[in-house]
Design a protein around this ligand. Structure first.
Ligand code: DX5
Ligand code: ZN
Length: 219
């Protein structure tokens, strides 16, 4: 792995009765970001939590809070997540009528902005907003649930995005979300990714430090 690779455990796979403790635990275990999956039961077929929970978590960790919005419409809630303490706010192109405006708003709030590509969403959908994003995330599962199998057909998409980012000259992180394990991490990084989200591969293991180390070692 390159020393540049970041690991972002997803709290979706944590014990929801002990979220503060679970956030602190992965920080101690060597995580780089804390990934927070916000789902509305409409954009995706599952419901998790909103800005109140992000705000409640904020004092528990110094890790950057990497908020992944799977809600539609996303625009009415961007300010609330920024005020709650999100450091990164990532949105799907399909979750609002004007992605360019949504990304501008995230940046205007002083947050890092991200766009997320579902498995069926083409690379071309974000080529004209590269100047407005700090993070591009590729879903390697269909969003909505943890513990799903890695969709390997997305690897060429990751490689295409790596080329586009490098050609753009912008400082953009290329993040992968879904089915990342110590086994699948290597192929993501080989394709050009530099941030790995891992839910069940961290929180689903008894020893979080060993789980994070296993992903780092494999990658
Ligand atoms: C899925 C979420 C993911 C999820 C990943 O919609 O966006 O962040 O937590 O879970 P694993 O790593 O178990 O696939
Ligand atoms: Zn996610």
């Amino acid at each position: 792995m390159t020393s540049n690779t970041l690991i972002a455990p997803s709290l979706l796979a944590a014990d929801f009765a002990r979220l503060g403790e679970e956030a602190r635990a992965v920080e101690t275990a060597g995580a780089d970001w804390l990934h927070l999956d916000v789902m509305d039961g409409h954009f995706v077929p599952n419901i998790t939590f909103g800005p109140l929970v992000v705000k409640a978590l904020r004092p528990h960790t110094k890790l950057p809070l990497d908020v992944h919005l799977m809600i539609a419409p996303c625009d009415p809630y961007i300010d609330a997540f920024a005020e709650a303490g999100a450091d990164h706010i990532s949105i799907h192109p399909e979750s609002g009528p004007n992605m360019h405006r949504s990304l501008q708003r995230i940046r205007a709030l002083g947050k890092k902005s991200g766009v997320v590509l579902n498995p069926a969403t083409p690379v071309e959908s974000i080529l004209w907003v590269l100047d407005l994003v700090d993070i591009i995330m590729v879903m390697t599962v269909n969003p909505g649930f943890g513990g799903q199998a890695f969709i390997a057909s997305q690897l060429p998409k990751i490689a295409l995005l790596r080329q586009a980012i490098d050609a753009s000259g912008h400082d953009i992180r290329l993040q992968i979300d879904g089915g990342v394990t110590a086994q699948t991490a290597r192929s993501c990084l080989d394709a050009g990714a530099d941030v790995l989200v891992a839910g069940s591969a961290v929180y689903g293991k008894p020893d979080y430090a060993a789980a994070i180390a296993a992903i780092r070692t494999a990658s």
